[in-house]
Design a protein around this ligand. Structure first.
Ligand SMILES: *[C@@H]1O[C@H](CO)[C@@H](O)[C@H](O)[C@H]1NC(C)=O
Ligand SMILES: *[C@@H]1O[C@H](CO)[C@@H](O)[C@H](O)[C@H]1NC(C)=O
Ligand SMILES: *[C@@H]1O[C@H](CO)[C@@H](O)[C@H](O)[C@H]1NC(C)=O
Ligand SMILES: *[C@@H]1O[C@H](CO)[C@@H](O)[C@H](O)[C@H]1NC(C)=O
Ligand SMILES: *[C@@H]1O[C@H](CO)[C@@H](O)[C@H](O)[C@H]1NC(C)=O
Length: 320
């Protein structure tokens, strides 16, 4: 507590400065700041946590696409633990945007925890690029997965272990299958904090209510696929044999490195969350890729989702 106290104070002071700058910068006729004592009112206002939806990305290319889309009107920013939190509006409602460090992925989970601690969050939206495992997906397609397979928890077994793992290296020997001193890998279950207790599973579900909203998404020129599964682990997949293994074993259609961290952070804080994974390349080692298209399309889908989300539950806006 001795540490947390002063840090919290610092955050409040930073936020006060930031919000004051914001208030000055956007002094519009609709602003309802008391003329008797605007400073005091502003400081009081930030002593309560700002109610926002959060958008988290883990790549500069995602941030660039977000900026270039022009959907976000930034109002203020604050730096905390090296992360830049941008406060602003989308379609008139309040959002906080952060580009989190992601290598290793635990960094993104820590960013979610900071968001949950510093803001009154209405939910978390992640978007970014992902690689296709499913050959029927094209570059630029945006997947809205319903299940995340946490496929990075490996128990590496010796060759000839009584209990072989699903990934048996000998089966990949070339030109013929056989023994391989790398043995095999067992996929272990993640611990997911749900309703006050930890449940163990390889699979983590995306918030059904938000998926239902996302089912209505329609964006010109962008193909959106719903209900597929994603593999997520801190291992970038660029190998045809492993791509086929993931697809055939787990029936996952895309693979990325961040989604599982965002999901675990959202579960820990009992927040709704959704993922928009734009397909940027194939996970098979081919060099066909278009990261900017993947992110640009994911932002278009994000913008349409926000429209549908806000119709359903109008969020706090700066005009309130
Ligand atoms: C992302 O952008 C930041 C700030 O411009 C820069 O410091 C960092 O090196 C970039 N990261 C990558 C992976 O390019
Ligand atoms: C995105 O815009 C913010 C300001 O709104 C800026 O600070 C940041 O550098 C921009 N990022 C990129 C990658 O252009
Ligand atoms: C948590 O419990 C509530 C009430 O029983 C239930 O409606 C909800 O679906 C549970 N959440 C999850 C993620 O299982
Ligand atoms: C691959 O993607 C298509 C949609 O493009 C889908 O119909 C199919 O079910 C997916 N395969 C698996 C195993 O999920
Ligand atoms: C990515 O896609 C966009 C839009 O289709 C296109 O203009 C651009 O040339 C593509 N970039 C690459 C590297 O293929």
């Amino acid at each position: 507590m001795a540490v947390a106290g002063p840090r919290r104070m610092m955050w409040a002071v930073e936020m006060a400065v930031v919000v004051m700058i914001g208030l000055l910068a956007m002094a519009s006729p609709t602003m309802q700041v008391s003329m008797k004592n605007p400073l005091r009112e502003a400081v009081q206002k930030i002593s309560e946590k700002t109610t926002v939806f959060a958008i988290i990305v883990t790549a500069n290319s995602s941030e660039k696409a977000f900026n270039e889309s022009g959907i976000f009107n930034p109002i203020s920013s604050t730096v905390y633990k090296g992360r830049i939190f941008l406060l602003g509006t989308i379609q008139g409602s309040k959002f906080v945007f952060v580009n989190s460090p992601s290598f290793p992925t635990i960094n993104a989970a820590i960013t979610v925890e900071i968001l949950a601690d510093k803001f009154d969050l209405l939910g978390i939206i992640y978007f970014g690029s992902a690689a296709a495992l499913n050959d029927s997906l094209s570059i630029g397609t945006v997947a809205v997965p319903s299940l995340i397979g946490a496929t990075g928890l490996w128990k590496w077994q010796p060759d000839g272990a009584p209990k072989e793992g699903l990934l048996n290296f000998g089966e990949f020997n070339y030109p013929t299958k056989g023994e391989n001193s790398l043995g095999s890998v067992q996929y272990e279950k993640s611990k997911v904090y749900i309703n006050g207790t930890f449940k163990e599973s390889i699979w983590i579900g995306v918030t059904p209510e938000w998926q239902q909203i996302a089912d209505e998404i329609e964006v010109d020129s962008v193909q959106v696929v719903h209900g597929l599964s994603i593999s997520s682990a801190k291992a970038s997949v660029n190998n045809e044999a492993y791509k086929n293994f993931l697809y055939n074993t787990f029936k996952t259609s895309v693979v990325d490195t961040s989604s599982v961290a965002v999901a675990l952070g959202a579960y820990t804080n009992e927040l709704p969350f959704i993922l928009f994974n734009g397909v940027s390349n194939y996970a098979d080692g081919s060099d066909v890729s278009n990261n900017s298209l993947a992110n640009a399309n994911a932002v278009k889908v994000l913008n349409n989702f926000i429209y549908l989300l806000l119709i359903g539950s109008p969020a706090a806006s700066y005009d309130d």
